[in-house]
Design a protein around this ligand. Structure first.
Ligand SMILES: [Zn+2]
Length: 442
């Protein structure tokens, strides 16, 4: 699942999420002391605008405007943030000091300078050998969440009676471990952003208690509630406690930023695959609601909210990502993987109930742009998979059946284990995409 819940079915949960999003996403954090004037998001890093000098004259006016209007800034933004002129774009670096970055456009398509980047597009890879369509491709697998003993804390846990608990972080790791050897057989170099149920970050919730307290005070939460130690996952006031806030700072913000540091500074992959399972609101995790609904969608980066673009670091990261042209690779790749997953799983496309945070992109009908930490921070193409509603009756039964070879009768239908179906369909999509892009027609 992406962010608290992809689902919007349960009214009380909706309220909590909006409140918590406000608390954590829209609160500027000013670290004490130096450079207090930068408006940086939670645990964000100060933008290094000079890096963008490397992208001068690498993009035309029309391309830039199209990316801004149709992909990245589809919800609008304050007019002083980005001003697109005929030959340049003026991008706000810091509102307090009124500093701007000036991006010069290439005059014509054929006059563009080459785009500096560490990852390689499918077309720039050498031709593949027969049977090895992924030869030389570096893929980082990012199994979403932590699972294990952290699953309850990260609210990716539910249990029906005395059946096996469902923990998203364990399911995604299982898929990643099935996927890795398959991709290696096809010639890819495969890395893991996480390969255990322990966090990648060395931090723990206690390290964030002070920051959590500041966040709550700045948002006007009464002192009496701040100190509370709520354990009940159904308590609507839980996000107004230091405990809940310090936990989410640990398992989401700190953990994903740490994985991004690993990916960006050590692994340097050509592609990151974020693996998730979706859910609909399940209510009480000890007495969850099971639903008939089941669906599939994939995410790529884009669709920034006006409030998110106010943050200097998010705006910088958006512009850098736009200029790197990650979208040109991740969109057709996401579309191709989506179609393979749809074929294999038979799932219909998920339709977000509102267009408030996402924008449908691509041609498959399954892909949305959305600004998540993971889709934004990894500096290469990122495809974020969200198949299967874990608390649908069908998927729940398949998760309980576990992993197995071949096919079995589950819920009255003969089929593969859900983990192999997931892994197989991703492999199929990657093979489709890279075979075609590298000139090895299937
Ligand atoms: Zn997830």
């Amino acid at each position: 699942m992406a962010k608290p819940f992809a689902c919007h079915a349960v009214a009380w949960r909706k309220r909590i999420i909006r409140a918590s999003s406000f608390l954590l996403v829209f609160l500027p954090i000013f670290p004490a002391g130096i450079r207090a004037a930068d408006n940086v998001s939670v645990l964000g890093t100060h933008p290094r605008w000079r890096v963008l000098e490397n992208y001068q004259e690498t993009i035309t006016h029309d391309e830039f405007a199209h990316r801004v209007n149709d992909v990245y800034c589809t919800h609008g933004f304050a007019p002083d943030l980005i001003e697109i002129n005929e030959k340049t774009a003026r991008i706000l670096m810091n509102r307090e000091t009124q500093k701007f970055f000036w991006l010069r456009f290439a005059e014509k398509d054929d006059g563009r300078k080459s785009v500096p980047r560490l990852w390689r597009s499918a077309k720039s890879l050498p031709p593949a050998k027969p049977g090895k369509p992924l030869l030389g491709l570096k893929i980082a697998l990012d199994p979403g969440h932590l699972g294990g003993k952290w699953a309850k804390m990260e609210e990716r846990w539910f249990q029906v009676g005395n059946r096996l608990p469902v923990q998203e972080g364990d399911l995604t790791l299982r898929v990643a471990r099935l996927l890795a050897p398959r991709l290696r057989e096809l010639g890819a170099k495969v890395f893991f952003a996480r390969n255990s149920d322990e966090p990648t970050t060395p931090k723990r919730p206690d390290d964030f208690r002070e920051l959590a307290r500041k966040i709550l005070i700045k948002n006007g939460v009464p002192q009496s509630r701040i100190g509370g130690n709520v354990l009940d996952p159904n308590d609507p006031d839980k996000e107004q406690t230091i405990r809940w806030q310090s936990e989410i700072l640990f398992y989401r913000y700190s953990e994903i930023r740490r994985r991004a540091a690993l990916v960006n500074f050590k692994l340097h992959p050509d592609l990151v695959l974020c693996l998730h399972f979706n859910a609909e609101g399940w209510g009480d995790p000890n007495d969850p609601t099971l639903t008939e609904t089941n669906h599939l969608h994939l995410l790529v980066n884009g669709s920034y909210l006006a409030e998110e673009l106010e943050f200097d670091d998010e705006r910088f990261e958006m512009i850098r990502r736009l200029l790197s042209r990650a979208y040109d690779e991740e969109l057709p790749l996401a579309d191709t993987i989506a179609l393979a997953m749809a074929r294999e799983t038979g799932l219909p496309p998920y339709e977000y109930p509102t267009a408030n945070t996402t924008t449908k992109v691509g041609a498959s009908g399954y892909v949305y742009a959305r600004n998540l930490l993971a889709t934004r921070l990894y500096r290469c193409p990122v495809v974020y998979c969200e198949p299967y509603v874990m608390n649908s009756k069908d998927v729940f039964g398949r998760i309980q059946a576990g992993d197995y070879d071949g096919t079995r009768n589950v819920n009255g239908v003969e089929r593969k284990s859900i983990f192999r179906e997931y892994a197989d369909s991703v492999v199929e999509g990657l093979v489709d995409y890279y075979s075609r892009a590298r000139g090895n027609e299937l």
